[in-house]
Design a protein around this ligand. Structure first.
Ligand code: GH3
Ligand code: MG
Ligand code: MG
Ligand code: MG
Ligand code: MG
Length: 314
């Protein structure tokens, strides 16, 4: 489950995993009305293996940005027809946050205060032509580092360290937005709360590390069964799934398949094979507040435990 705002962070992690040289996965847009300057700047970028896109004016630049949402740096001239570089900065900042895209202004103009105007309108940096290639690479690289750092911190803030699932904080943030929309449209919100049965005795019998491995194994299974829904670790051995699609019946069927799958497959952890089950509380209702929805699901979960565990109650 990847939202737009987490996308950069995942890209960053993917780069790390694939050990790609960083620049090869960074898309840079060069906006300049002079073909010659554009080619020069693009040439510098290509020499350092950046992925380059070009636009001849501000409007074209905005169009390219819309078509290529993964562009992370925009390098723009100021004096151009249709829209100045400074104006383009303002437009970009109306649409994209500082956390997602960096802008570097470039101009040969001797107008004083142009750098200040660029920065005021949302540019991160400014270079005056003619510039030194080394300085160009340094400024660019620092901006890419900054975006990477923001993406990493954002991902860490939203991810559970053990299971790598979205954490409670991310779950509350995302569902709060979704619930509001659904409640306005009088649509049901559908949620399952999942709790591992007798988890304490798994810890007691096999040790805390084995317990951790069970939690991680469960998280992997989540990803397989609920690809399009938002699942999260709420805490301890408690998880939640917020359904994004399908009918109530579809969702319940999928949960039942999931429950059965876990019941009939033990987690293989050398030297043990650990069998465990889960109990599930399920609700679907028109509700504005995630707390209330979770509370309702928790009541059902409690019933599932009372009635013998390893079952879904709705
Ligand atoms: P029930 O079927 O009623 O849910 O019983 P339970 O034993 O699963 O529930 P209980 O709430 O009594 O115990 C939950 C246990 O989960 C206690 C706690 O030590 C353990 N736990 C919580 N977080 C972690 C974790 O990150 N790793 C491990 N290994 N254990 C954890
Ligand atoms: Mg120009
Ligand atoms: Mg409990
Ligand atoms: Mg439990
Ligand atoms: Mg519990």
């Amino acid at each position: 489950y990847i939202t737009k705002e987490n996308k950069q962070a995942y890209q960053y992690l993917k780069r790390q995993l694939q050990r790609l040289p960083r620049n090869e996965s960074v898309q840079v847009l060069v906006v300049d009305d002079s073909r010659q300057t554009r080619r020069y700047v693009s040439g510098l970028l290509e020499r350092h293996k950046y992925q380059v896109l070009e636009a001849g004016d501000g409007q074209e630049g905005l169009d390219v940005l819309q078509k290529h949402p993964d562009i992370s740096v925009i390098i723009t001239d100021n004096e151009m027809p249709i829209m100045s570089g400074v104006e383009l900065c303002g437009e970009i900042r109306r649409l994209y946050s500082n956390d997602d895209k960096a802008i570097i202004g470039i101009s040969g103009s001797h107008t004083s205060h142009l750098s200040a105007r660029f920065l005021k309108n949302g540019a991160n940096d400014y270079l005056r032509k003619p510039f030194n290639a080394e300085e160009f690479y340094c400024r660019l690289s620092q901006n890419v580092d900054m975006l990477d750092n923001i993406a990493t911190i954002r991902l860490q803030a939203n991810t559970d360290y053990l299971t790598k699932l979205p954490n409670r904080r991310y779950f509350f943030e995302q569902t709060t937005k979704a619930l509001k929309l659904r409640a306005i449209q009088k649509q049901n919100s559908t949620l399952a709360m999942i709790d591992i049965d007798h988890f304490k005795s798994i810890n007691d019998q096999y040790g805390h590390d084995a317990g951790d491995d069970v939690l991680s194994a469960l998280a992997l299974t989540f990803n397989k069964f609920f690809e399009h829904d938002l699942e999260a670790r709420l805490g301890g051995e408690e998880f939640a799934i917020f359904f994004q699609q399908g009918s109530i019946e579809d969702n319940l069927n999928q949960l039942e398949l999931f429950r059965q799958y876990l019941d009939s497959n033990s987690v293989s952890l050398t030297p043990h094979k650990i069998h465990f089950t889960i109990s599930i509380g399920f609700v679907s209702m028109v509700e504005q507040k995630i707390d209330a929805l979770l509370k309702a699901a928790d009541v059902k979960l409690y019933d599932a435990k009372e009635q013998g565990r390893n079952r879904i109650i709705h």
